[in-house]
Write a protein that binds this ligand. Sequence first.
Ligand code: SF4
Length: 259
Amino acid sequence: MDASTPHESYNLDIQTPAGNLTASVSVPTGLIPISDIIPLMRSLGEQAHQLAIDNTTRTGATISCQKGCAACCRMMIPVAPPEAFALRTVVEALPSTKKGPLLERFQSAQKTLREAGIEEGLHRLAFSEDQVTDDELEPINRAYYALRMPCPFLEDEVCSIYKHRPSACRELLVTSPAELCQDLIRNPVNLIPAPFRIGTVLSTLWADCFQGPIRLIPLPFALDWAKTWESRNTRTWAGTELLNRALNAAAQFLQRQSP
Ligand code: SF4
């Protein structure tokens, strides 16, 4: 967000399962597209996750995740619609020497999914106007992970867009031995749960703004989806309204998680 435009500041106090999150945030009072709220919401998500990390490390556990270990970059990464627009912007800004091979890897990923017979189900997740249920999602997730297909953004086992990676990628931290992550289906891993999953929060915000399903787009289809729906990212809201709606989406998420 542009710091030179008028902003309004808020002090937030959010009860999360990991503890009380207090944060000062600032949003433009003028009109912004939905993707402009991502950095603020990711920052809140990271602060909430830090509470959970602190709770865990206080018990003596240590985080096993390190640069160069990309076991979880073989899972199906769900991308919220606003994040799909942001990813497309990042990719469009790449020099052609990087963008060309990257787009080829996206094509190759889609071909692998097609040959494995799961492209149609994944395409439905990305584009259907119906709400996809967890029961429908589960077998698709498993079939995707069984392929151990590296994410198109992965280069030499390192994320090539690390600063811009989707929220779902930021929320995967384990304290169990890293080698257990080579088979996340068979092995028990100790995940440090994120108090709220920002991808789901952003998707709920999207559903509220456009009256559609809570959509999580499989990463290999995120660029296609953003291109198809690019006109929707030209719609704008007052930053303050968007923040209020996003906080409502976060509150709904927390409510759904509460026992
Ligand atoms: S975007 Fe980056 S961190 Fe996320 S799965 Fe792909 S390579 Fe891994």
